[in-house]
Every structure is written in structure tokens, then in C-alpha cells.
Design a protein around this ligand. Structure first.
Ligand SMILES: CC(C)(COP(=O)(O)OP(=O)(O)OC[C@H]1O[C@@H](n2cnc3c(N)ncnc32)[C@H](O)[C@@H]1OP(=O)(O)O)[C@@H](O)C(=O)NCCC(=O)NCCS
Length: 121
């Protein structure tokens, strides 16, 4: 597995992963905008296939925010999200952002367990 910056040609695949992962979608226009304005946007590649992504942002000075993270359901529980979040947190540390925030529905247990494994909650 490797983590790299999201590129223009990845957006269709990112949208596909988003659609299978969330009831509500940010959609292509928002992804395009976030890519254009230089938000943190990383993908995880496995055997040359994009299997997951993370979007993050510097919310305020000293505060990083996870906008969205998702992994293709066929490739879950293989550590892709762990790699993606670790890389984002490294970026936050380099930018001296000591606080990382995110939002998650209380009923959504998989991401809560995932975030807990990072001691973020
Ligand atoms: C949450 C999500 C991103 C995790 O991706 P993943 O690549 O499967 O996660 P990882 O393999 O890196 O798992 C890391 C840890 O998270 C926890 N975890 C992940 N999926 C879990 C599940 N279904 N149930 C319980 N714990 C889970 C485990 O502690 C796991 O560590 P372990 O494998 O050593 O037990 C993925 O389930 C997903 O895309 N869900 C739909 C989108 C979503 O809800 N995103 C978060 C919005 S806030």
C-alpha cells in the first residue's frame, strides 16, 4: 500500500468510494474545489488501484480538521485508513497543529473504533 497526493484523474474513483461509504455525498464539485484550493487530499493505492482517501484542512491556527476519510468496502480492515490518518497527522505535526478535530455520528461505530485506535476521542 502506498499513500500519495490525490490527482485530478483520481476524482472519479474517490467519488465512487465516497458514494459506497456515506449516505450523503460531498460530490464531485466539492472534491474538485478542495483539490483546486490545496486542501490536504491524499489517496491510498494498492496494486495500482485507489482504495481510499482522506481530506483534511487547517481549520484555525493550531487546529487541523479531518473533513472526510473512507476506504472502499472491499479493502477495509487492511490498515488503509490507519496509513491515511497517520500521514495526515504527520502533516498536522509538521504544521504545528496540536489539536485535530473531526465529526462522526454516534451511531457509526466503525469510525469511532477506528479513531479511538488513534486516541483521538
Ligand atoms: C472507518 C473506515 C475509514 C476505516 O477504514 P479501514 O481501512 O477499514 O481501517 P483500518 O483497517 O485502518 O482499521 C484501523 C482500526 O480501526 C478499527 N476499526 C476499523 N473498522 C472497524 C469496524 N468495522 N469495527 C470495529 N473497529 C473497526 C479497529 O480498531 C482497527 O484496528 P485493528 O484492525 O487493529 O483492529 C472505514 O470503515 C470506512 O470507510 N467507513 C465508511 C466511511 C466512514 O464512516 N468514514 C468516517 C467518517 S467520520
Amino acid at each position: 500500500m502506498k499513500i500519495r497526493e490525490c490527482r485530478q484523474e483520481d476524482l472519479d474513483r474517490v467519488l465512487e468510494i465516497e458514494n459506497m461509504s456515506f449516505d450523503e455525498s460531498y460530490g464531485m464539485l466539492m472534491f474538485q474545489k478542495l483539490l483546486d484550493i490545496g486542501a490536504g487530499f491524499l489517496v491510498c493505492e494498492f496494486n495500482d488501484i485507489v482504495i481510499g482517501y482522506i481530506l483534511f484542512w487547517i481549520k484555525n491556527e493550531g487546529e487541523g480538521h479531518i473533513i472526510s476519510i473512507a476506504v472502499d468496502e472491499k479493502y477495509r480492515c487492511l490498515g488503509a485508513a490507519t496509513l491515511l490518518l497517520s500521514r495526515a497527522i504527520l502533516g498536522f505535526k509538521i504544521a504545528n497543529q496540536e489539536l485535530v478535530t473531526l465529526e462522526v455520528r454516534e451511531s457509526n461505530t466503525a469510525p469511532i473504533e477506528f479513531y479511538k485506535s488513534f486516541v483521538l476521542l
